[in-house]
Write a protein that binds this ligand. Structure first.
Ligand code: NDP
Length: 291
């Protein structure tokens, strides 16, 4: 807990990160373009550096959390910044190509670079609920793992710098799919006078039940073999038709179920109707533009 750490960027997230380091007892140096955002942290014991370069030089580890990768490049590419020998962990959100590119760019300037993704909101930072993913050279992660633990549940994914961003966007796909499925069901039930609050606990249990299928289905995907153990895709598609027809009949939006059925119909047209649902990975694994 006496390892010094620097935080560059004191937006909503950066302030939470710096605050968690202070709470854990780390000597914490901060810098932000708008200096006033450091006031509360300085009152809590943080040191405000006069420049980004001075901030990076103050600690063996620098955490960067800005709006986007353009801002990161602008900041770390500044005249006063010397990255040689510094370790930078960039927790700014972005895509995997940006992460790999930023890694090359920082390494060319002599930095050790890890890319990360924060799957949490600022109030959760510093608790086990804050999942923070890291990717890049393992030794660089392990060298700072104990310090990073102040932020939450820290996980190392692998040496490919793009992995943290990929997991991050995969998590977005999960989040929106679960939420949209719940909203579809809520819209249906409201037509019969069932409140959202009444349906929510039922929906929660359904979502958890479906989540339990994932490990077994994942084995089918990795094996590239989809025997219909519990249900064939063509049976599922008949149920999709019920969902679409019910939605249309009660005047609820049917776009999402139609989109899902269109994917399944293509798989059936390709001869996969007697296989199990995860065979749709083949539809998800190739690009297709337009509706
Ligand atoms: P804010 O908008 O609150 O803060 C943005 C920060 O970036 C500020 O410190 C801002 O400085 C700085 N900044 C922007 N452009 C520049 C620049 N050109 N040069 C220097 N500094 C710059 O955003 P958040 O703190 O909420 O988010 C930061 C990152 O964390 C984002 O990538 C976001 O996706 C990610 N994240 C945020 C979550 C959240 O719930 N807030 C959840 C998960 C990830 P200034 O104060 O001077 O404007």
């Amino acid at each position: 807990t006496d390892t010094p750490v620097t935080v560059l960027g004191l937006g909503l997230m950066g302030q939470a990160l710096a605050g968690a380091f202070l709470t854990a007892g780390h000597p914490t140096t901060v810098w932000n373009r708008t200096t006033s955002k450091a006031n509360d942290l300085v009152a809590d014991g943080a040191s405000l550096a006069p420049s980004p370069g001075a901030a990076i030089a103050a600690s063996p580890l620098t955490i960067v959390c800005l709006t986007d990768y353009v801002a990161v490049r602008d900041l770390l590419g500044g005249d006063d910044v010397d990255l040689a020998g510094a370790t930078v962990i960039n927790l700014t959100s972005g895509d995997s190509a940006q992460a790999r590119e930023a890694a090359r760019w920082a390494e060319q300037r002599g930095a050790r670079y890890l890319d990360g993704a924060i799957m949490a909101v600022p109030p959760a930072i510093g608790t086990a609920d804050a999942v923070i993913l890291h990717s890049g050279p393992r030794p660089d992660f392990e060298a700072h793992e104990a310090t990073l633990a102040a932020l939450g549940t820290v996980t190392y994914l692998g040496p490919d710098h793009g992995l943290a961003s990929l997991y991050d966007v995969a998590g977005l796909a999960m989040m929106w799919s679960v939420l949209n499925a719940w909203l579809q069901g809520t819209a249906l039930l409201r037509t019969a006078g069932v409140d959202a609050v009444t349906y929510a606990p039922f929906a929660r249990q359904l979502a958890a039940g479906v989540a339990d299928w994932l490990p077994g289905y994942a084995e089918q995907i990795d094996a590239g073999s989809y025997p219909a153990e519990v249900s064939a895709l063509e049976t599922d598609v008949r149920a999709m038709t019920h969902l679409i027809e019910e939605s249309e009949a009660v005047g609820v939006n049917a776009e999402l179920p139609r989109l899902i059925k269109a994917m399944a119909d293509r798989a059936i047209a390709a001869g996969r109707g007697r296989e199990q649902y995860p065979v749709l990975i083949e539809e998800f694994s190739r690009p297709r533009n337009g509706p």
